[in-house]
Design a protein. Structure first.
Ligand SMILES: O=C(O)CCC(=O)C(=O)O
Ligand SMILES: [Mn+2]
Length: 207
């Protein structure tokens, strides 16, 4: 298949570059064709070892409002919201997604965190991806399959800087680059709208 056949006129994969104060994003709205994205959504839903984690809040165990899974090169352990994770080994679906993301970003990733947002009630709260296992300044690549959700960003210290927001669509890739994680937090808020389930994959480099 040649490049022209890969994208319909409505699925332009032209990169959008966002220079934020103290951050940089590159967004590829259609890094995957709809046909590819449909297949990845279906396969990842079925094949992934999804887990339901809890977080401790005010001394109570509360289930995270999403399912998660951690995959990567063996020996790359990672602590996420106080949860120690041992990665599952890469499978062929993930290797395929990883290859596309590495082509776009020119970064070799050694791990990925998957999130499954079952309904609009699933979400991720304000945070930045700045755990000590992650190398500061290293690109994080965020892949979305399924229902469109809002991705909202807020500067950590400069209150005069406006929030920034993107709609993460089916088959899109968002690269968060440079010092973005050091200066910005992000969230995927809950929504009352009827939305399809969504899988997000954030590819990371763990040291
Ligand atoms: O689902 C998303 O788009 C974001 C997920 C996220 O921020 C994370 O896993 O760290
Ligand atoms: Mn994050």
């Amino acid at each position: 298949m040649n490049q022209l056949e890969l994208f319909s006129p409505f699925e332009s994969n032209e990169a959008q570059n966002f220079e934020l104060p103290d951050g940089n994003l590159i967004f590829y709205p259609a890094a995957f064709t709809t046909v590819e994205a449909d297949r990845f959504l279906k396969n990842l839903k079925q094949e992934t070892f999804w887990q339901q984690d809890n977080i401790k809040m005010y001394g109570k165990e509360i289930p995270l409002p999403r399912l998660t899974a951690w995959y990567g090169d063996s020996g790359r352990n990672y602590t996420y919201s106080g949860i120690a994770m041992n990665p599952h080994p890469w499978n062929s679906t993930l290797r395929e997604v990883k290859q596309r993301v590495e082509q776009l970003s020119q970064v070799s990733f050694n791990s990925v965190l998957l999130n499954l947002y079952r309904t609009g009630s699933d979400s991720v709260n304000w945070h930045s991806d700045d755990e000590p296992e992650l190398t500061p300044g290293q690109t994080i690549a965020s892949v979305s399959f399924g229902g469109t959700r809002r991705f909202v960003m807020k500067h950590k210290t400069k209150t005069e800087v406006d929030k920034f927001e993107l709609k993460l669509t089916h088959g899109s890739v968002l690269l968060m680059r440079g010092e973005t994680q050091q200066h910005w937090i992000h969230q995927v808020p809950k929504t009352k709208k009827k939305v399809n389930s969504r899988i997000n994959l954030t590819f990371r480099v763990i040291r």
